[in-house]
Design a protein around this ligand. Structure first.
Ligand code: ZN
Length: 138
């Protein structure tokens, strides 16, 4: 089996498996290849290296400008404040209690030290570290 990166005439990129290069050429010539996105039969091998494509994918979803990022974080914080409970410095112990079923399961947020965060991660307790600056927020 061989994996090819394919590209249709509309510029869609996708991967497909073939038993060998001959089967790819046969399918292409007999118009049995189809774009996964727009279903066109005009499909050819993409010249783009797979590593480059992976690099492109990684970039998706990242915010490039500092202002936009700060705005995004601010709105995220706002959302957290309205949906989650502020447990302040008790975050680590409360997150642990919820994880082990000793406390009611609910979204919480709060502060924790780096050491506590590492302990939580080691125990497999899910949490998301956020850049939090109370001075700016209030
Ligand atoms: Zn397409």
């Amino acid at each position: 089996m061989i994996k090819y990166s394919l590209k249709c005439k509309n510029g869609h990129l996708f991967d497909s498996w073939f038993s060998d290069n001959n089967s790819f050429e046969y399918l292409q010539k007999s118009k049995n290849l189809e774009c996964e996105i727009c279903s066109t039969k005009e499909v050819e091998k993409s010249l783009m290296a797979p590593s480059l494509r992976a690099e492109e994918k990684k970039k998706e979803g990242f915010l490039t400008t500092k202002g936009a990022l700060e705005k995004e974080i601010l709105s995220l914080k706002k959302k957290i404040k309205t949906t989650a409970e502020d447990v302040g410095k008790e975050f680590a112990s409360e997150a642990r209690a919820i994880h082990y079923g000793e406390s009611v399961e609910r979204p919480i947020y709060g502060k924790t030290t780096k050491g506590e965060a590492i302990e939580l991660a080691k125990e497999g307790i899910p949490f998301v570290p956020l850049p939090w600056n109370d001075d700016k927020l209030n």
